[in-house]
Design a protein around this ligand. Structure first.
Ligand code: C2E
Ligand code: CA
Ligand code: CA
Length: 793
């Protein structure tokens, strides 16, 4: 094989022409040669590596036989130098070279001659040293660098001019080149004569002489300017890199294939991928799910139409968490050419979560996490419009727990809350996916059950719900039993708008509650009539209280043996402007249900106390007035009310007796117990009213500091001339005597009854046998003694 070094531009042409002659030729080529560039290029990279070529005859082809060409020929140890246009000569030279033996070259010394002759015109500084470190050949520019002359340098040792640190490096490098017989390339600082530092790129090649000695050819080019520019660029890069790293957003650049070419630390954190991994990855690959497709679309759109794009996407971090990022992509233009994309990505997961949390809070009940009234209204609207389209029914349930208040009062709100939470979970499990269970507040829940074909389906769901509520709850180790009532309304049977359906379900619930516990009722039109009537009556009641239409009548309580008046029970009457005088049966239940009883009872206590005090001031003697107290008053400030009634009337507490219904004591909670103890300590008399008609246990007779029992008038029914009659009354009397309570009877209408009671030891009572309930003026006359001994009803 022949090596042909081309100094010129006709490589391809010549390769073709030489190949047509059947030559096996390798080319070393440089398109724009200066001598030094050829030398550097030849020794630099593998195709130009000279050493493996050692022994292969070389021919230098140049465009003209210049000094540089000859110098290059010397360095190559070329056997010939040929003009590139002289193809015939080249063919001859190749043939000739082919016949020469391996390893042959120019005769010894000639190469140095050639170098000496031409190196002084070379722009780069060149020198040749021997193994002892003496200059054999130097170029003019080398001499200039050290501010001396070629003559002064040749034959001198390198020590004479090199600065100490350069000397050391040079010796080491030369020794290496000689020892290995290989080129080396380096870049380092070199001091010139004046001591100023220059950055120099150094190429060293061994020159193998025919006498076996090895010289070192050094070609140095001053790259100070390039070096400084590079350093400055590097600084600028570092500066930008620093900015990128401190920026809180992820910043990246993509090439035209959509792959990352630059990423900052924030993007590494955000994606959980390493920088090298990212740099090999297409941008879109960092996303997952639907966003992957979105991102691909955005990128391809951006390539088609280079404008800014913003989008939000999801990516799955390797730690398994999902992140939401807001991306902005911007085309990177260089002189109107689209060369890539720069982008930023911001982690907006927290912001999204916060927004979601806020939205959730606005539409959910914080205790049970069920939809709240607002969301319910939305869902109901949607269910109704859907039902209108597909012609199906929607059932609406209004659920209210029975006696939940008692649980809250007795066990505390904490237990109440836990119970509601557990209940919320259970209710949710009772219904299908598309159904809604909402908490309206307190112990009220509403269900929307859409997509029904027949109303029976709703009935079985309601029954299932009641059954679920009935299953015992274990709260803080305590077993609690609950029950509930459900009022139902149905679209389209009962109403077609959401408000009306809710109202109707509520009315049905109310009816249900009145009818007892643990049941459901569907709305009917008659309920609505009852309901609106009720609303009117309730308003009427409040108005009456405001307008002072209530009065207290007094029914005397007498000593059954002597007939002497020892007290009076205050009984409410309503002087209704249209309906005339109304008895409690006409309004007490309504007042209880609506809570008006609290205000009404408060008024009664004040009025009774005031009246009693007035009678005493009028010198009519001291009797005890008994006032009926509703269980609902125990939910309010009953103790304060009694205290203030006594205080404002300036009445001694012993003239006031309270008749408590069994239900006020029925709760084992501490609040009525405390209230009763406080009332007792005020000094008022406490009696259980209607004894025997309630549901509560006899235990409270012992538990509470009570004074007496009042036997209800239903136990006065029957023919007291027969032995069976009065059995219960008799039993109550013995019971009271057994625990040391006073006992009184009401509804005594016959002398037989009175006799029976006396015979059993009950000594006080009231009834039409003695007096009916009297208006205050008549009671006053009675007390004055104006009415004689008895007023028969
Ligand atoms: P109560 O506490 O059992 O009152 C006794 C009721 O029996 C009174 O009816 C009284 O007029 C009636 N009565 C008395 N003697 C006889 C009798 O010999 N024969 C018959 N058939 N009835 C007799 P009234 O006044 O209609 O009161 C009914 C209920 O209304 C009371 O029953 C009481 O529970 C309630 N009530 C009355 N006033 C008040 C009040 O100020 N506050 C509260 N919370 N409830 C009241
Ligand atoms: Ca009573
Ligand atoms: Ca009674």
């Amino acid at each position: 094989m022949i090596r042909v070094a081309l100094v010129g531009s006709r490589a391809e042409e010549m390769r073709a022409s030489l190949a047509s002659h059947g030559f096996d030729v390798s080319f070393v080529h440089d398109a724009d040669p200066s001598l030094v560039d050829v030398l550097v290029a030849l020794s630099d990279a593998p195709p130009f590596e000279l050493e493996p070529w050692r022994g292969i005859p070389s021919i230098l082809v140049a465009n003209e036989i210049s000094n540089e060409a000859i110098a290059a020929a010397a360095s190559l140890r070329a056997v010939d130098v040929v003009l590139s246009r002289d193809e015939r000569r080249l063919v001859e030279a190749i043939e000739e070279a082919g016949t020469r033996s391996r390893g042959a070259g120019l005769p010894s010394g000639m190469e140095l001659e050639l170098l000496r002759k031409f190196l002084d015109v070379a722009p780069n500084s060149i020198n040749v040293c021997d193994a002892a470190g003496r200059f054999v050949v130097v170029s003019q520019s080398f001499a200039d660098f050290y501010a001396t002359t070629i003559e002064d340098l040749v034959g001198e040792s390198i020590e004479t001019i090199l600065a100490p640190q350069d000397l050391e490096a040079t010796r080491a490098e030369n020794a290496e080149v000689i020892a290995t017989c290989r080129s080396r390339v380096s870049e380092r600082d070199v001091c010139d004569r004046s001591g100023s530092k220059r950055r120099v790129s150094i190429v060293k090649r061994p020159l193998l002489m025919d006498d076996g000695t090895v010289l070192v050819l050094t070609v140095a080019s001053d790259v100070t300017r390039r070096f400084r520019t590079e350093a400055a660029l590097e600084n600028a890069n570092d500066f930008l890199k620093n900015i990128l790293e401190t920026i809180t957003d992820a910043v990246f650049a993509l090439d035209l294939s959509g792959k990352f070419t630059l990423v900052n630390r924030r993007l590494v954190e955000l994606t959980g991928l390493t920088e090298p991994a990212l740099l090999a990855t297409p941008f879109t690959n960092i996303f997952s799910g639907q966003t992957l497709h979105d991102a691909k679309r955005h990128i391809s759109e951006l390539f088609e139409d280079p404008r800014e794009r913003d989008f939000e996407g999801r990516l799955t971090h390797p730690d398994g968490s999902e992140r939401i990022v807001s991306c902005s992509l911007l085309p990177l233009m260089r002189q109107d050419t689209f060369v890539g994309i720069v982008g930023t990505a911001e982690d907006v997961t927290e912001r999204h979560l916060a927004q979601r949390r806020i939205a959730h809070l606005a539409y959910h009940d914080p205790l049970t996490n069920l939809p709240n009234r607002r969301l319910l209204t939305d869902r109901l609207q949607i269910a109704l419009s859907q039902a209108m389209r597909d012609g199906r029914s929607v059932a609406l349930f209004f659920l209210d727990l029975d006696r939940f208040k008692a649980i809250n009062d007795t066990l505390g709100h904490r237990v109440g809350d836990l119970l509601l939470q557990e209940l919320g979970t259970r209710l949710r499990e009772c219904v299908r996916q598309g159904d809604t269970v909402a908490r309206m507040g307190g112990d009220e829940f509403v269900f929307v059950i859409p997509g029904l074909n027949r109303i029976d389906e709703a009935v079985s769901t309601a029954e299932k719900i009641l059954e679920t509520v009935r299953r015992p709850f274990i709260i803080e180790g305590r077993e609690l039993s609950l029950s509930a009532c459900i009022g139902m309304s149905d679209f389209p049977e009962h109403a077609t708008d959401a408000d009306a359906l809710l109202r109707q379900a509520d009315i049905a619930l109310f009816e249900c509650k009145n009818g007892g516990r643990d049941t459901w009722r569907a709305y009917t039109a008659s309920m609505s009539m009852r309901s609106s009537e009720r609303q009117e009556r309730e308003a009427d009641l409040r108005r009456a209280l405001r307008d002072g239409e209530f009065q207290l009548y007094y029914q005397p309580i007498v000593n059954l043996c002597s007939g002497e008046i020892c007290g009076a029970e205050a009984l409410l009457r309503w002087e209704h402007p249209q309906r005339g005088l109304l008895l409690p049966d006409d309004f007490i239940d309504l007042a209880e249900d609506t809570g008006t009883i609290v205000a009404l009872g408060e008024w009664a206590l004040h009025e009774a106390a005031r009246q009693n005090a007035q009678w005493q001031q009028a010198g009519l003697g001291g009797i005890t007035t008994s006032v009926n107290v509703s269980a609902r008053q125990f939910g309010g400030p009953i103790v304060n009310t009694v205290r203030s009634a006594l205080r404002s009337a300036r009445l001694d507490a012993r003239y006031l007796a309270l008749e408590l219904s069994e239900s006020s004591l029925g709760q084992s909670s501490s609040s009525p117990k405390n209230a009763i103890a406080e009332l007792k300590s005020l000094g008022v008399d406490l009696t259980i009213d209607d004894f025997g008609t309630g549901y509560s246990s006899l235990l409270y007779l012992e538990r509470f500091p009570l004074d007496g029992i009042k036997i209800d008038r239903i136990f006065m029914q029957g023919d007291f001339s027969k032995p069976a009659a009065g059995f219960v009354a008799g039993a109550i009397i013995s019971l009271a005597a057994g625990i040391g309570l006073r006992v009184s009877a009401e509804g005594i209408e016959t002398a037989k009854q009175a006799e029976f009671l006396i015979s059993r030891g009950c000594t006080t009572g009231q009834g039409h046998l003695y007096y009916a309930a009297l208006p205050p003026c008549e009671m006053e006359r009675l007390l004055r003694g104006d009415l004689g001994d008895r007023i028969l009803a």
